[in-house]
Design a binder for this molecule. Structure first.
Ligand code: PDD
Length: 287
């Protein structure tokens, strides 16, 4: 079965799904995106993803290219045509095609692409062998809160991590504090069992999974502190983990080659992973 993409109003097989050579996303990274998880046919936290999309577009002084109802319908149709019940849906909006010139073009129409593909999500919280991360200086721009398609530092960091047999790269600011991962938010658990993740400023992306895990944790009586933590603090912490749409909640067992806690996923991480998996599987109400 050929994969089907939605491109500017049309559903096309991938080998015919093209965008213009002068699309500003291609030439200037002038666009934003969202990745949402689909579990049992449901798009997880669809409204918060659309809220973030609208916010990112607003920062680029663009509007939603289609009303939300239409975006939801197109999402359903892309999932249906690709027979995705468990997987991801990718949505990208750029400022569209125009003769190459830096200022906003007067008459470009936003370009919209949606794709979907199946992914096998973890079945059980315990199926987590724990990931390794490596740290590197955060050399990104100052507006990491915008989910821009401009991901070159993230791509280079992830590649560097993989070349060191690590799953993720953690960016560290000039004060030695972890900002976030190249495509995930960063967390530790402190000695008192509190989950700690950096507060939302313009230097990190406000993860939708982060937001959901904060809520689930608090409802389950696990305290959450939103504050920066240093790399040293992370290396001395009993547990560390990361969150994202595609990684869910995943334990970190090594930072720069040094074990975290006792080198295996810890109890708070596994509990949060379990809560999040249940939430995605519909075991908890989708609020
Ligand atoms: N990445 N931080 C960065 C830099 C990210 O790119 C992402 C998501 C996150 C986590 O956000 P969320 O929980 O909303 O997925 C944090 C997506 C999955 C990607 O680029 O593929």
């Amino acid at each position: 079965m050929s994969r089907i993409a939605y491109v500017n109003g049309r559903y096309l097989p991938h080998d015919q799904a093209h965008v213009h050579v002068e699309d500003r996303g291609y030439q200037f990274s002038d666009g934003v995106y969202e990745v949402s998880a689909v579990c049992g046919g449901r798009v997880i936290d669809e409204e918060p993803h659309l809220d973030r999309l609208e916010r990112s577009l607003g920062e680029l002084r663009m509007n939603l290219p289609l009303p939300r109802t239409a975006l939801r319908l197109v999402t359903r149709e892309v999932l249906r045509r690709n027979r995705v019940r468990d997987g991801i849906v990718y949505l990208q909006v750029t400022r569209g095609a125009a003769a190459r010139d830096h200022p906003f073009p007067e008459a470009a129409e936003g370009a919209v692409v949606l794709t979907a593909r199946p992914v096998r999500w973890p079945e059980r919280a315990a199926d987590d062998d724990g990931a390794a991360v490596v740290s590197m200086p955060d050399g990104r721009w100052g507006r990491c809160d915008v989910k821009s398609v401009s991901l070159l530092p993230n791509v280079l960091a992830k590649q560097a991590a993989r070349e060191k047999d690590a799953y993720e790269a953690w960016f560290v600011d000039p004060e030695g504090r972890v900002t976030e991962g190249s495509s995930t938010n960063a967390w530790i658990v402190d000695d008192a069992g509190r989950a700690v993740t950096r507060d939302l400023q313009s230097n990190i992306l406000g993860g939708i999974t982060r937001r959901r895990v904060i809520r689930l944790a608090r409802e389950a009586g696990i305290e959450v502190e939103e504050r920066p933590f240093t790399l040293d603090e992370a290396q001395a912490a009993p547990e560390a983990f990361l969150t994202s749409t595609t990684s869910f909640v995943r334990a970190i067992v090594r930072i720069d080659g040094r074990p975290v806690g006792d080198d295996k996923p810890g109890p708070v991480t596994l509990r949060l992973r379990d809560l999040y998996l249940s939430y995605c599987r519909g075991g908890l109400s989708n609020r």
